[in-house]
Design a protein. Structure first.
Length: 190
């Protein structure tokens, strides 16, 4: 059993790297098998299809994102500080990944006819981001109305997603810095 855990980990490590670096469609099963140094039967023992491997890739990144944002903001008080740190967090990840963009958005762009199970994982991740934003807005004092929290959550989410796209396109983190400034100003005016 210990060997199989090692094989699955090698498959996932290799697939995650290749899917992010060169894209899902450009990555073939044979390349994953070769680079993970496994037998084809081992891959299919763990993942019956490339789509199931994609789902595991997305779930792995979703879980890691949640751990990373929690770690990144753990020393900060809830509310404005964590909300603004969210932009610093996204900037740090983007820079670490050499401006390749959001894992989830890249899959959506690459696969416009995405299978529903993968789309559900991506939607769940994006909703996790919205939940994080909303929870920080709810912690701001004086408190905002539910309607204001809902409206601002959508605006801040869309602002951050657009900033990631622009940062990727222009190979600069300036859009995230600008978005952080806009949110800081917005929080002062409402």
């Amino acid at each position: 059993m210990k060997e199989q855990v090692g094989v699955k980990e090698r498959i996932m490590t290799t697939a995650c790297r290749l899917f992010y670096e060169q894209g899902y469609q450009a990555t073939g099963i044979n390349q994953i098998i070769d680079e993970a140094q496994i037998a084809k039967s081992s891959l299919y023992q763990h993942f019956a299809s490339k789509e199931l491997l994609l789902n595991e890739y997305l779930l792995t990144h979703k879980a890691q994102w949640q751990v990373d944002i929690t770690d990144f903001t753990s020393g900060l008080p809830d509310g404005k500080d964590k909300l603004l740190a969210f932009f610093d967090f996204r900037k740090k990840r983007l820079e670490q990944n050499h401006f390749k963009g959001c894992t989830f958005s890249r899959v959506v762009y690459e696969l416009p006819n995405l299978v529903e199970s993968s789309a559900d994982i991506i939607r769940a991740h994006k909703n996790t981001i919205k939940t994080f934003i909303a929870s920080q807005l709810k912690a701001v004092t004086p408190p905002y109305s539910k309607e204001t929290v809902d409206e601002m959550t959508g605006m801040i989410f869309n602002l951050s997603e657009g900033a990631i796209l622009q940062s990727t396109l222009f190979n600069t983190s300036q859009p995230l810095d600008d978005s952080k400034k806009v949110v800081a100003q917005l929080l002062q005016t409402i």
